[in-house]
Design a protein around this ligand. Structure first.
Ligand code: NAD
Length: 434
C-alpha cells in the first residue's frame, strides 16, 4: 500500500533542485561540434528551437474550483520532417526541460534515420492529484490550445512520463471534434482500436533491450549471465526488465519514485508488473518477495551489476554519484539521465554508456510505423513491426559503434555526431527561407 510516508517520499523527489536539461543538451551538442564540419550559421540554427509555445490550461476541478496549469509544446527542428515527440505530465516540467527533450528528439530521429524532426510537450502538474475526469479535462484543454501547432503533417505527440494511450485517445477525440474530421495520425501511442500500432507500448523497452544485447555481445558478456538494475518501473523500465528477464538475464535491482528493492537471486518481473498494475499510483511501494531487501535509488546505482538502466528522469547520474556506479554498461532508457560531468567520471572508470538518443529510440521508431499505418489506413501484424524495429535499431547501433571505434570517441559523441550532422545536412539542402 502507498502510505503517507511513501507519498511524502514521492513529493521530496519531485521538489529536489534540478540541473537545467536544456543547458545539458547544449553542452552535449557543443562537445559534438569539434567532430563535425558544420558551419557557424547552421550551428546557430541547431542551438535553438524553431518554435516554443506556452499555454495556460484552466480546468474546473471536480469540486467546482478553477485551477490553471501551464503547458508547453516545443518544435525543435522540422528540417527532416514533421516534428515528433511525447507529452509529459510532471510537476518538474519547465520550458527548458521541454526544449531539451525536443532537441534530443531531433537528434534521435535523425540518428535512426526516420523522416521526422524533433518536438516535445508537457504540462507542469502532479497527475496523482487529479481524478480521471480532471485529467481528461486538462488533456482536452491542452490539446485545444496547442492544436494550431500539431497535426499528422506538422507535429505528432506521443506518450511520455505519466501519459499513456488513454491520454492519446482524448487528444485524437478533441482534435477530430475541433477539426471536423478524423485525425488518428495526430498522435501515436493511442489504443489499438483507434489506430494504434501493435507493439508500440512495448517498443521503447524492446529497443532498450535490442541495444543492451547488442552492446553486451560486442563486449563479450553473455546476456544469460548478466545482472541488471533498473531505475524507474513505468512503461520503459518495466518492459525492459521483463524482456531482459525473458532473455535469461537476472534483474536484481528495481526502483521507482516511491522506493527501491534488491533481490540477489533476481525478481520475477511478471509478478512485479502484476503488482504494479493494481497498486496505488502504480508504484512499487508495498511489494514483497522472499530474499528481497529495500534500498534507496542511490543504492540502486551502486549495485554490482553488468547493466544499469536508468528509465526515470533526467540528471539521475551526476558528479555526486557517478563514481559509485559499479555497472559495466549503462543503457539509457530515460532521456538525459546522465549529466556531462558524470559522463567524464564514467569514461575514466571505463563504464560504457549507451546514450539515450540511441538506446530509447525504439519508441519513436515504432511511432513512425504507427503513423505510416495511419496514413495508409492499413494495420501491420506485430511480428512485422518488431522485425522492422529490430532492423532499424541494429543499423543505428552498428553505425554508432563503428564511428566510436573509428574515431575513438564515446558512444554518446558518436551518436550526436551522426544525428546532428544529418539535421545539419537537411538544413543545408533546404536552404534558409527569407
Ligand atoms: P512512466 O511515467 O511510465 O514511468 C516513469 C517511472 O519513473 C515511474 O516508475 C516513476 O515512478 C519513476 N520515477 C519518476 N521519478 C523518479 C525518481 N525521482 N526516482 C526514481 N524513479 C522515478 O514514464 P516512461 O514513459 O517509462 O518514461 C521514462 C523515461 O523514458 C523518460 O525519461 C522518458 O522521456 C523516456 N522515454 C520514454 C519513451 C516512451 O515511449 N514512453 C520513449 C523514449 C524515452
Amino acid at each position: 500500500m502507498a502510505t503517507r510516508d511513501t507519498m511524502r517520499a514521492v513529493r521530496e523527489q519531485i521538489v529536489k533542485p534540478r540541473i537545467n536539461p536544456f543547458e545539458m543538451m547544449l553542452h552535449q551538442l557543443d562537445l559534438a561540434r569539434a567532430h563535425t564540419n558544420i558551419p557557424g550559421g547552421i550551428w546557430e540554427i541547431l542551438c535553438r528551437p524553431e518554435r516554443a509555445l506556452e499555454v495556460s490550461v484552466p480546468i474546473t476541478r471536480d469540486d467546482g474550483e478553477i485551477e490553471v496549469f501551464t503547458g508547453y509544446r516545443v518544435q525543435y527542428s522540422s528540417a527532416r520532417g514533421p516534428c515528433k515527440g511525447g507529452i509529459r505530465y510532471h510537476p518538474g516540467v519547465t520550458l527548458d526541460e521541454v526544449k531539451a527533450l525536443a532537441g534530443w528528439m531531433a537528434w534521435k530521429c535523425a540518428l535512426v534515420n526516420i523522416p521526422y524532426g524533433g518536438g516535445k510537450g508537457g504540462i507542469a502538474c502532479d497527475p496523482t492529484r487529479l481524478s480521471e475526469r480532471e485529467l481528461e479535462r486538462m488533456t482536452r484543454c491542452y490539446t485545444a490550445r496547442i492544436l494550431p501547432l500539431i497535426g499528422p503533417k506538422q507535429d505528432i505527440p506521443a506518450p511520455d512520463v505519466n501519459t499513456n494511450a488513454s491520454i492519446m485517445n482524448w487528444i485524437v477525440d478533441t482534435a477530430s471534434a475541433l477539426r471536423g474530421e478524423a485525425v488518428p495520425g495526430i498522435v501515436t501511442g493511442k489504443s489499438i482500436e483507434l489506430g494504434g500500432a501493435l507493439g508500440r507500448r512495448e517498443a521503447t523497452g524492446r529497443g532498450v533491450v535490442f541495444t543492451a544485447i547488442g552492446i553486451l555481445q560486442r563486449l563479450g558478456i553473455d546476456v544469460t549471465q548478466a545482472r541488471i538494475a533498473v531505475q524507474g518501473f513505468g512503461n520503459v523500465g518495466s518492459i525492459a526488465a521483463q524482456l531482459l528477464a525473458k532473455q535469461g538475464a537476472k534483474v536484481v535491482g528495481i526502483s521507482d519514485v516511491s522506493c527501491g528493492y534488491y533481490c540477489p537471486n533476481g525478481f520475477d518481473i511478471d509478478d512485479v508488473i502484476r503488482y504494479v498494475e493494481t497498486s496505488p499510483g502504480h508504484l512499487l511501494a508495498g511489494y514483497s518477495t522472499p530474499g528481497m531487501e529495500e534500498i534507496t535509488n542511490d543504492d540502486l546505482f551502486t549495485l554490482d551489476v553488468d547493466v544499469l538502466i536508468p528509465a526515470a528522469l533526467e540528471a539521475q547520474i551526476t558528479s555526486r554519484n557517478a563514481a559509485n556506479v559499479q555497472a559495466k554498461v549503462i543503457v539509457e532508457g530515460a532521456n538525459g539521465p546522465t549529466t556531462p560531468e558524470a559522463d567524464l567520471i564514467l569514461a575514466e572508470e571505463e563504464t560504457v554508456v549507451v546514450p539515450d538518443i540511441l538506446a530509447n529510440a525504439g519508441g519513436v521508431v515504432c511511432s513512425y510505423f504507427e503513423w505510416v499505418q495511419n496514413i495508409q489506413c492499413f494495420a501491420w501484424e506485430e511480428k512485422e513491426t518488431n522485425q522492422r524495429l529490430g532492423r532499424v535499431m541494429q543499423r543505428a547501433l552498428t553505425e554508432v559503434w563503428d564511428l566510436s571505434q573509428e574515431r575513438q570517441i564515446s558512444l554518446r559523441l558518436a551518436a550526436f555526431v551522426l544525428g546532428v550532422e544529418r539535421v545539419a545536412q537537411a538544413i543545408r539542402l533546404r536552404g534558409v527561407f527569407l
